[in-house]
Write a protein that binds this ligand. Structure first.
Ligand SMILES: NC(=O)C1=CN([C@@H]2O[C@H](COP(=O)(O)OP(=O)(O)OC[C@H]3O[C@@H](n4cnc5c(N)ncnc54)[C@H](OP(=O)(O)O)[C@@H]3O)[C@@H](O)[C@H]2O)C=CC1
Ligand SMILES: O=C(CO)COP(=O)(O)O
Length: 298
């Protein structure tokens, strides 16, 4: 293993932005399934020899990718994905735990559109890990335009990052139906309450939902057409089919599969998640106007 070396795995929007950020202070490598003409692009084998890895591939692909490609050799890992595995209902920390010890893994959360990070615009991120030592090591790699905070609430950060994608779809639907700013603010505020309730069931801390990982990322994503999930919502409101929306998008929108995961988990554990459940039903074909009526019922 090459000491103190760092690589990003996944050269999509977020992977490339993180690679740009990390390259400000030191040499950083990047790899991806599809080769790209980017400085310091290496093959996967070379990337996996780095001591520090940031993995930025879609949540639903992680288990298969780890099984196929990953052998633990003491690497320290930051997970950049935001989602819950739909097929199992497992959180990403549960999946990674099968491959990497807890002290070697952390999760990035907080409001961070890749398109702004890659321009060097300032932002604040949370690095969530059981290990503060891991946080300090990774934190040192980040450039001065990114402020990093530490949290040990891994599950809270994961729930917040995944749930806000579903709420961004809901907010996009709200905008697309021209329901007004009062409705949108109510939806986002009740969404925050809902995601905190869901997270609490799994042991999350309330403070995580009031900070960057929860409110911060939710307010960002649920208020902007820069969000892919929000744009999915706009498409659904105009009666577009999900396949057509995804074709136009050409990038991942994690909220779609995560809505399924939340729906199933909420039924299994009897957690009240009305907004996420309506998003799942709309994705399955329910008329958004019927969802609105159901959400407004006393
Ligand atoms: N974009 C953003 O602003 C932010 C995104 N995130 C999260 O980061 C994650 C990635 O998002 P983003 O980069 O934007 O998405 P993109 O759709 O832009 O890129 C996805 C990346 O994942 C790779 N990939 C897809 N499927 C597989 C697979 N089966 N095996 C290996 N690699 C695969 C693609 O590889 P290739 O193209 O080489 O084939 C591509 O590099 C998501 O969970 C997202 O929620 C988090 C914060 C901000
Ligand atoms: O997570 C994000 C910003 O923090 C990106 O959101 P989208 O995937 O909806 O674009």
């Amino acid at each position: 293993m090459k000491n103190n070396s760092i690589a990003v795995i996944g050269a999509g929007k977020w992977g490339q932005a993180l690679h740009f950020a990390l390259s400000q202070k030191q040499e950083a490598f990047i790899t991806s399934r599809t080769p790209r003409d980017i400085k310091n692009f290496v093959d996967l084998k070379t990337a996996l020899e780095c001591e520090y890895l940031i993995i930025a591939i879609p949540a639903q692909e992680i288990r298969a990718w780890l099984k196929e490609n990953f052998i633990f050799k003491g690497q320290k890992i930051l997970v950049a994905s935001k989602g819950i595995e739909a097929s199992s209902g497992e959180f990403l920390n549960e999946i990674y735990a099968e491959f990497v010890p807890n002290k070697n893994i952390g999760f990035i959360s907080g409001p961070s559109f890749a398109a702004e990070v890659i321009q060097g615009l300032p932002c604040a991120l949370v690095l969530n890990s059981d290990s503060k030592k891991l946080f300090k090591k990774f934190s040192a790699f980040f450039p001065t335009f990114i402020k990093t905070y530490y949290s040990s609430d891994v599950i809270g950060a994961e729930v917040a990052g995944a749930y806000k994608n579903v709420l961004a779809i809901a907010s996009g639907i709200c905008e697309g139906l021209h329901l007004g700013k009062n409705a949108q603010a109510s939806l986002i505020a009740r969404g925050l309450v809902e995601m905190e309730r869901f997270g609490r069931f799994f042991g999350s801390k309330k403070s995580t939902f009031l900070g960057l990982s929860g409110a911060g990322d939710l307010f960002l994503t649920a208020n902007s057409t820069m969000s892919r999930n929000y744009r999915v919502g706009l498409g659904l409101a105009s009666n577009k089919k999900i396949n057509e929306i995804l074709k136009d998008l050409g990038e991942v929108a994690e909220g779609i599969k995560t809505a399924d995961a939340i729906y199933n988990l909420s039924i299994k554990h009897e957690i009240y998640t009305p907004i996420a459940n309506e998003v799942k039903l709309i994705l399955d074909g329910k008329n958004p106007k019927d969802s609105l009526k159901d959400l407004l019922k006393h």
